[in-house]
Design a protein around this ligand. Structure first.
Ligand code: ZN
Length: 401
């Protein structure tokens, strides 16, 4: 005996005879409790006044697991009450997934069904499609789904011969929901949203799409090869999420001193301006460092001009790049950061006979810190000396290395 829930989803209370009891697990001669299947969770409710904690298919029957072992006995009539809020939520959420799939038929190429799941907070539908579901496509799926809700389309279901259903090209198969049903039945249940979607499905559905209410798409992801997952919410969670999105949109527009219609264009323009300004600032900073190096004092050692000085507010990398750019073939540039435990960068021209790495080694031998490099360029940092002491040390060297 299969559950009658998919055929008569509006039933919330029924009586049935108890056929079997195994500790907390009860089998009835008929039931309207939905057994967990194909992504739709089991119904909640009570049986003989005891809370039903799980409902599962059990061979040809349905096993109801209760919170406690029942007092009633086999052969007795008991009353089953299905939790109205949760069932109604599942019916709305489930039918919404058919609307989303129907929307997918209109905007996605090579569409196929990849899976489906209802949780208390959200519903996910997995599509197989060759279309990249980008932001615009995602928004269009949501828009079409909500239009189909508003259009108040009738939803109907009927059993048809399995062969006939498989031959119909317009039927989407929720193979997980139909697991078992397809295997051992001559008929399959076809659920049709008038003019919108046809699917083989064993779940519970509302009779008209207007019952679904607003559908809010939450996100999209790629759970596996060739699959795109779209998550959405119906009911209070969906409404709250919509409010959160709306608030974020308005706050962003206010922060950028524009309106919501112009938000994207304004944000793009501000970002482009930010990038230009950042480039301009970098250019000016580089020019300022080059100017500072131009102003360094020159100390002659043998035939080499050593240009020495400090750089204020310039980081090691920028100082190093500027020194490399500025150094002449017969020159050495030594720039020291104007800070406690300063850095030193050394750029040595190719005709200078000075090895920049040796200069850094000599300085770190005297003042500690660390660093190194090759003949044309080297840098060190964390020297235990003031910038002036470092420059004095170099001036005192008898000759170039
Ligand atoms: Zn369904």
């Amino acid at each position: 005996m299969q559950t009658r829930a998919p055929a008569e989803p509006e039933v919330r209370e029924f009586t049935a005879a108890v056929v079997d009891i195994d500790d907390r697990t009860v089998t009835l001669d008929r039931t309207y409790f939905y057994a967990e299947s194909g992504g739709q969770p089991a119904d909640r409710g009570t049986l003989g006044g005891i809370r039903v904690v799980d409902v599962q298919k059990d061979g040809d029957g349905v096993a109801h697991t209760l919170a406690t072992a029942p007092e009633f006995e086999v052969g007795e009539e008991v009353t089953g009450i299905i939790d109205d809020d949760f069932r109604t939520y599942c019916m709305r959420a489930h039918t919404a997934s058919h609307l989303l799939y129907g929307a997918g038929r209109r905007v996605l190429d090579d569409l196929g069904y990849g899976g489906f799941d209802i949780s208390e907070e959200k519903v996910r539908v997995d599509f197989t499609t060759t279309t990249d579901i980008d932001d615009e496509t995602l928004v269009e799926l949501e828009r079409l789904t909500n239009r189909a809700v508003w259009e108040s389309r009738d939803v109907s279901w009927e059993e048809v011969p399995t062969e006939e259903a498989i031959d119909r090209e317009d039927v989407a198969f929720n193979t997980k929901t139909e697991e078992g049903v397809m295997d051992d039945a001559d008929t399959v249940r076809i659920v049709e949203v008038e003019g919108w979607d046809v699917a083989a499905c064993g779940g519970t559905h509302v009779a008209n799409t207007s019952e679904i209410g607003p559908v809010t798409v939450l996100d999209r992801s790629n759970p596996g090869e060739g699959l795109t997952r779209v998550e959405f919410a119906v009911g209070p969670d969906g409404v709250d999420r919509r409010a959160t999105q709306h608030r974020a949109l308005r706050e962003s527009a206010a922060a950028l001193e524009t309106n919501t219609d112009d938000l994207a264009a304004t944000a793009a323009a501000i970002r482009s301006e930010r990038d230009e300004l950042r480039d301009r600032v970098r250019e000016l900073e580089r020019a300022a460092v080059a100017d500072a190096i131009d102003g360094f004092e020159t100390v002659e050692k043998d035939d080499t001009a050593w240009r020495l000085g400090t750089l204020d507010g310039v980081d090691t990398n920028d100082a190093g790049e500027a020194a490399k750019d500025a150094v002449g073939d017969a020159e050495v540039i030594v720039a020291v950061g104007d800070e406690e435990r300063p850095y030193v960068v050394v750029a040595a021209g190719t005709d200078s006979d000075v090895h920049a790495g040796d200069v850094i080694d000599d300085l770190t031998d005297v003042y500690g810190g660390g660093g190194g490099g090759g003949p044309p360029f080297a840098q060190g940092g964390g020297l235990d000396a003031s910038p002036a002491e470092v420059l004095d040390e170099i001036r005192d060297w008898e000759s170039a290395e």
